[in-house]
Every structure is written in structure tokens, then in C-alpha cells.
Design a protein around this ligand. Structure first.
Ligand code: FMN
Ligand code: SF4
Length: 517
């Protein structure tokens, strides 16, 4: 009897450990032999802790299961898949999951993240096998043909980056995984590292083979201790089985991998700050050029990529670039794991091909707001993403379509707000975030963000509002064009979108009447 209870941090946060302990104790009391598997999360976060039982090879879902529900589940004979108030039927048939196109997350929630055998039984390391049979340039040609663009935010084509590193001479090259995942409302990197760490290791190893890099680092935010444990266990298992080390699968090729913990700063997710931090210095943005692909970690050619970018590579190697690029729309090829958060009924992870509209995601998957009130605004793409009003909900999830409405898809984070939101407060928050997180290297961001908060305060207070608005817009233009990196450069997105789409929130009725008086 196999029972699955996630070890994912989101599940642990709502009592998954207690549920697991309760299940084992109750089974023992009743003399039922069970094998408990701590899997990753299926991504249906409102149902966590989601318990699954294997009934004749089919997994049945129950959730959210708290420890006090356990005895009742046994009474209802849930181990035979029998109905119960918490039953959701066959897991794979739950519409939220069934409608997804899981390529990168194909194994998350299904396999045991600590088992290399389970990984291989579910198609793991087939991508590496294919890569080992190819020349570096051919591996890169496959990645280029897939149309894969970086999933960390900037959506730069992965193949071009890899090609630059391959073509740059160097005695030592590096692969660095950006696992800082600082964007608000995002958790796909974490879910993947906790739920299927081997796929990230495999993707980075392929990147090493393709570029000639023999050393990799995963720069992980310190707030992710479960991901650290999962990665370190997987690295040890992969090394023991010859999938990492000096002679990968007797190919004569080397690739070693280590996890490094960040100390917690949003700017350390920016790639050049991350490299500074990895080198043991204060996380501050570097001037570009030189690009990290030419002079990266310790001045050596370096591929730096997001977790999801690397984790998408094994399936591309296994199934071919053509297979992957078949998904998506326009120049956005493949799938993007969207993360639904904020005021949303069914928050969680939705991996789908580019092209679905924001509205479909919010309502067909998300089920509307958690509060039951109308969704008024949605911030897409993290704290530097724009706030979108209802009139833009029919925009397809595509990098270019969002750029055309002065927004960005970024890392796929979606934060929903109902009609009780105060968008002037959100604009202030966005500007203050920049002031707090600024690395201080350039003047528009370091000084401009602090002045920006003051201007927004005066605007909201109604002190000569027209003039304050003009100053704010002018300041945002300076931030856009004068900042050294995208923290200062993109902060105007949330600020100006709030001002443009929700101008009424910046004029409070009290002030309007006092102005009239
Ligand atoms: C302020 C700031 C924060 C960022 N944070 C992250 C992050 O947490 N994770 C990430 O993968 N990329 C982040 N990025 C983007 C990285 O600079 C870089 O583009 C990315 O790591 C490249 O990987 P990719 O090509 O696979 O997307 C951030 C960028 C900026 C400007
Ligand atoms: S924009 Fe801000 S975070 Fe980026 S380099 Fe300038 S001061 Fe640093």
C-alpha cells in the first residue's frame, strides 16, 4: 500500500508532516502495512496537504488532509480509493491538472525526489544520454531549435547564450544556476528543486557538456532549506552513480556541482550581482559589457540561467527541439510554469503552453478571487511587473503580447487583487520596494526611488496633484532610461500602470471635496 504525502515547503506549511505521522501511526494501529512516500507537490496548493493512495496503479487524491482527518479516512476505506468528503477522485483526472501541459514539471508530485531510480524509471537521464552522443555544437543547435528562452525574466534565447560560452576560449568555464527566486508570488523554482531536483542537475550537466564548463554552482536563496536538502541529497546520489564527477558515465567528460546559499537580497537575483555574491563580495550590479558569457564568475566564461531554463533542457534533448517548439505561440515557444497567487481561490502551479489568456488562467484554473469579489487588478511578472486591469485580461500569455501592453511575463508570477485593493498604495509599495532593495550603484535608482516615494506621498495627499503627477512621470522616465539594471529600469512598470489604469485611486474623495471647498 503506497501513500504519498508531499514534503514540499507549501505542504509542510499547512501540516503535511503531522498528516504523514498521523497516517503512519493510524495504519500501524489498524495493522495495515503502508509505504509512505514523501513526494513533491502536485501544485494544487489549496488542497495541500494532498494525500494520494495508489490503488492498483491509479493514484487517488484526498485533500486537504489534516492529522485529525486521518482516522475518518481509514474508516471510509480510503486505501481502496473509496469516497470520502475530502476525496477528489483520480488525481490525474482533476481538471486543474488534466488541462496542463507538463513538460518541465512532468515528474513533480509523481516521483520520489530522493530516488534516482524513480527518476530514471520516469524518463530521467535520457536527455543526458542523448547529449553524450552529440558534439557540443549539436547540443546547442537542439536547444536553439527548441526556441527555449530564459525563464528567469529577460527571456533571452538560451541557445545564443550557450553558443557564446562555447565560442569563448577559457581554461575554466562555469555553469551557474540562478535559484534566488526573489519575485513576489513566485515558487516554481522552489517546487521544482524540491519535487524533482535531478532534472535541474541533468539540465546543468548538459549545459556543461555543451559549453565545456566543468564546474557548476546552484545559487540558492537561504529561505529555501527544503530545496537545499533535496538538492544536496540528489547531488550525492547522482555523483555516486557516475552522473556527476570527473568521468560522467565513462564519457571522459567532467562536471561537478555544488549548492551555494545566498544571504537574502532581491538584487542578488540579478545575474551580475549574483556573481559578485558567489565570489564572496557584496551583491552589487556589475557594468555590462563584458557579458557574463564572456567574463562571468571569477572572470571566466559563464552560462548563468534560471532553474526552469536548465530544467527544461533534458526533455528537449530527449524529445528533440522540434517537439518542444511545437508548443507555444509566436516567439514564445514551449511551456511556462505559471504561478497563481494573491487573492485567488485555487492558487498553485499551472504549466501550460504560451498562448492561453490571462483570463482563462485566472478563472478556469484560479476559480476567481478567494474573497469572491471581482478581480480588479493583477500583477504579472513579479514586483517589477505591471498591474493589469480587467480590460487587459484577454491578453495571451506571451512575452511579446505583454510587452505590447507595457507589461512583462517575467518568471510567470501572477498576483491577483480584488476590488478592495488601493492601487495608489500598491504604486507606493512598488516604489518603496525599489528604494529598499536598490544596490546603490547608480543614482537614478538609489536617489530616484527614495524621492519617488516622497512624490507619491504628496500626490496621494493631494498636494498640488497635477504637478506631483508630472514630476512622478518625469522621474519614472529617468529611472527607465538612466538605471544601470532592470530593478530601477522596470520599477516604473507597476507605478505607472497603477497610475494609468486606476487614476481614481490616487484622488481620495475626502481630498476631492476639500479641494472643491
Ligand atoms: C533585480 C533583478 C532580480 C532578478 N532576480 C532573478 C531571480 O531571482 N531569478 C532568476 O532566475 N533571474 C532573476 N533575474 C534575471 C537575471 O538577471 C538573469 O536574466 C537570469 O538569471 C538569466 O537566466 P535565464 O536566461 O535562464 O532567464 C533578476 C533580474 C533583476 C534585474
Ligand atoms: S538600478 Fe538600482 S539595483 Fe540596479 S544597478 Fe542601479 S542602483 Fe543598483
Amino acid at each position: 500500500m503506497k501513500i504519498y504525502v508531499p514534503r514540499d515547503a507549501a505542504a509542510l506549511g499547512v501540516g503535511a508532516d503531522q498528516t504523514a505521522e498521523g497516517l503512519v501511526a493510524e495504519a500501524r494501529r489498524r495493522g495495515i502495512a503502508v509505504e509512505l512516500i514523501r513526494n513533491g507537490s502536485r501544485g494544487l496548493l489549496w488542497l495541500e496537504p494532498l494525500v494520494e493512495v495508489d490503488v492498483g496503479g491509479t493514484r487517488m487524491a484526498y485533500g486537504p488532509v489534516q492529522s485529525e482527518d486521518v482516522a475518518g479516512l481509514f474508516d471510509a476505506d480510503f486505501t481502496s480509493g473509496k469516497p470520502h468528503a475530502l476525496s477528489h477522485g483520480v488525481t490525474a483526472e482533476i481538471p486543474y491538472l488534466k488541462r496542463q501541459e507538463r513538460l518541465t514539471f512532468a515528474r513533480v508530485g509523481i516521483t520520489d525526489p530522493r530516488s534516482l531510480e524513480d527518476y530514471k524509471e520516469h524518463g530521467g537521464y535520457r536527455g543526458l544520454a542523448a547529449a553524450l552522443a552529440q558534439k557540443p555544437a549539436d547540443i546547442i543547435a537542439g536547444v536553439t531549435a527548441s526556441g527555449l528562452r530564459g525563464r528567469g525574466g529577460a527571456a533571452f534565447p538560451a541557445g545564443i547564450k550557450w553558443k557564446t560560452v562555447l565560442g569563448t576560449p577559457g581554461t575554466q568555464k562555469y555553469i551557474v544556476c540562478n535559484a534566488d527566486e526573489g519575485d513576489s508570488g513566485t515558487f516554481s523554482d522552489r517546487m521544482l528543486m524540491e519535487g524533482d531536483p535531478f532534472v535541474l542537475i541533468e539540465g546543468m550537466t548538459i549545459a556543461g557538456l555543451a559549453t565545456g564548463a566543468t564546474q557548476g554552482y546552484i545559487y540558492l536563496r537561504w529561505e529555501y532549506p527544503q530545496a537545499k536538502a533535496a538538492l544536496e541529497a540528489a547531488i550525492t546520489a547522482a555523483a555516486a552513480a557516475g552522473y556527476l564527477g570527473r568521468n560522467i558515465q565513462d564519457s571522459g567528460k567532467a562536471f561537478e556541482l555544488e549548492v551555494r546559499m545566498g544571504a537574502g537580497a532581491y538584487i542578488c537575483g540579478e545575474e551580475t550581482s549574483l556573481l559578485e555574491s558567489l565570489e564572496g563580495k557584496r551583491g552589487q550590479v556589475r557594468f555590462k559589457p563584458p557579458l557574463p558569457a564572456i567574463e562571468g564568475l571569477w572572470g571566466k566564461p559563464t552560462v548563468i540561467g534560471n532553474v526552469i531554463t536548465f530544467a527544461s533542457v533534458p526533455i528537449i534533448m530527449d524529445r528533440g527541439g522540434e517537439f518542444y517548439q511545437h508548443f507555444g505561440m509566436g516567439r514564445s515557444r514551449g511551456t511556462l510554469p505559471m504561478q497563481l497567487a494573491g487573492n485567488i481561490k485555487q492558487g498553485g502551479l499551472v504549466e501550460i503552453a504560451f498562448g492561453m489568456t490571462l483570463r482563462e488562467l485566472l478563472y478556469d484554473f484560479g476559480g476567481g478571487s478567494f474573497s469572491g469579489r471581482p478581480i480588479r487588478a493583477v500583477q504579472v511578472g513579479g514586483p517589477l511587473g505591471a498591474y493589469h486591469p480587467e480590460s487587459q485580461f484577454d491578453t495571451p500569455l506571451d512575452y511579446e503580447a505583454f510587452a505590447a501592453i507595457k507589461g512583462m511575463l517575467g518568471h510567470g508570477g501572477i498576483v491577483a487583487f480584488d476590488d478592495s485593493v488601493d492601487m495608489a498604495a500598491q504604486a507606493r509599495y512598488a516604489m518603496e520596494f525599489c528604494a529598499i532593495e536598490s544596490c546603490g550603484k547608480c543614482t537614478p535608482c538609489r536617489i530616484g526611488s527614495t524621492r519617488g516615494v516622497e512624490v507619491i506621498d504628496r500626490l496621494i495627499a493631494g498636494e498640488n496633484a497635477a504637478k506631483q503627477e508630472a514630476i512622478l512621470r518625469d522621474l519614472c522616465e529617468t529611472l527607465t532610461y538612466g538605471s544601470l539594471c532592470a530593478l530601477g529600469g522596470l520599477t516604473p512598470y507597476p507605478v505607472i500602470s497603477a497610475l494609468n489604469h486606476f487614476p481614481q485611486d490616487f484622488v481620495k474623495p475626502v481630498r476631492a471635496s476639500s479641494a472643491a471647498g
